[in-house]
Design a protein around this ligand. Structure first.
Ligand SMILES: [Zn+2]
Length: 246
C-alpha cells in the first residue's frame, strides 16, 4: 500500500531532517516557529493579492545627499566566482537619509542591486532591481524596492557607471542625491517578508515602488558582471496580502 510507505517515509523524515534543520535554524539565529507559514521574499505581486488602502500609515521619506562608496559584496572566498548572493552595494553616510513609518525612524544603511528583478508583477521581471535597506534603532528592517527599466538616464546610472571589481577597491562617489535614486512617484505596494539572501530573516517590511529608469549601458554593464544573475526566485505568498498606498 502506498499509505504505509508514506507513513514510513514521514517517520524517517521526522527523525533525520529536523536535526539538520535545527542546526540550520540555530546557525541562522531564526526563531523556531513551528506553525506559522513561511513569509519569505521576493514575491510575485498579483492583482488578486493587492488591497488598496489609502488610510494605511504614510511612508515619509527624508533623503539628503551623501558620499557613496560602491563596494563589491563577496559571499565566498573566490575573487573570480560570481556568487548568486553577491552584489554591488552603495554604502551611505549615517544620518544622510531615513524614512519614518508608523512612528518609527529607519535609517538608510545601504542600497544594492539584483539582476533580473527579484520581485515580479504578474510574473513580469524587470532587468534590474534596487533595494534600499533601512534599519531602526531597535533593529527593525525596512527595504524599499525599485525596479529599474531601460529609459532616460538617472542618478542610478552615475552610481553604476563604474562597477567595483570583486576583491577590488571600493569606488568613491563624492556626492549623490539619494532622493533622485527613487522614482518620481512614491506610490508603494507593501507586504511583510524576509531578506532575500542568507539568513533569510523574516519580519522585513517591504515597500515596492514604481520603476526608475536607467540606460541600456548600465543594465548590460551590471549583467556582464553577474552573468548568471544574482536574484532569488519568488516565494509563495502563503495568504499574505499586498497593500497599495498612494
Ligand atoms: Zn536585495
Amino acid at each position: 500500500m502506498k499509505w504505509g510507505s508514506v507513513v514510513v517515509g514521514k517517520a524517517v523524515f521526522a527523525l533525520v531532517v529536523p536535526l539538520a534543520a535545527v542546526g540550520a535554524l540555530l546557525a541562522a539565529g531564526a526563531p523556531a516557529a513551528e506553525s506559522a507559514p513561511p513569509r519569505q521574499s521576493p514575491i510575485d505581486v498579483t492583482a488578486s493579492a493587492i488591497r488598496f488602502d489609502p488610510f494605511a500609515p504614510a511612508l515619509d521619506i527624508h533623503y539628503g545627499h551623501s558620499a557613496v562608496d560602491l563596494v563589491y559584496v563577496q559571499k565566498d572566498a573566490d575573487c573570480g566566482a560570481r556568487g548568486g548572493e553577491e552584489t554591488e552595494e552603495g554604502d551611505v553616510a549615517p544620518g544622510s537619509a531615513y524614512v519614518t513609518y508608523a512612528g518609527t525612524r529607519y535609517d538608510l544603511v545601504q542600497f544594492h542591486f539584483h539582476t533580473p528583478s527579484e520581485h515580479t508583477f504578474q510574473g513580469h521581471h524587470d532587468p534590474l532591481e534596487m533595494h534600499l535597506v533601512h534599519r531602526s534603532a531597535a533593529g527593525g528592517v525596512l527595504v524599499v524596492g525599485v525596479p529599474l527599466r531601460i529609459g532616460a538616464p538617472s542618478v542610478v546610472d552615475s552610481v553604476l557607471s563604474g562597477l567595483t571589481p570583486e576583491c577590488g577597491t571600493p569606488r568613491h562617489l563624492d556626492d549623490i542625491d539619494l532622493n533622485a535614486l527613487l522614482p518620481a512617484s512614491h506610490l508603494t505596494a507593501r507586504y511583510t517578508g524576509s531578506l532575500t539572501t542568507a539568513p533569510f530573516t523574516e519580519g522585513v517590511l517591504w515597500f515596492l515602488m514604481p520603476e526608475q529608469h536607467v540606460t541600456a549601458a548600465t543594465v548590460s554593464g551590471f549583467q556582464h558582471l553577474f552573468t548568471a544573475g544574482n536574484s532569488r526566485g519568488t516565494q509563495p505568498l502563503n495568504g499574505r496580502t499586498v497593500v497599495l498606498h498612494p
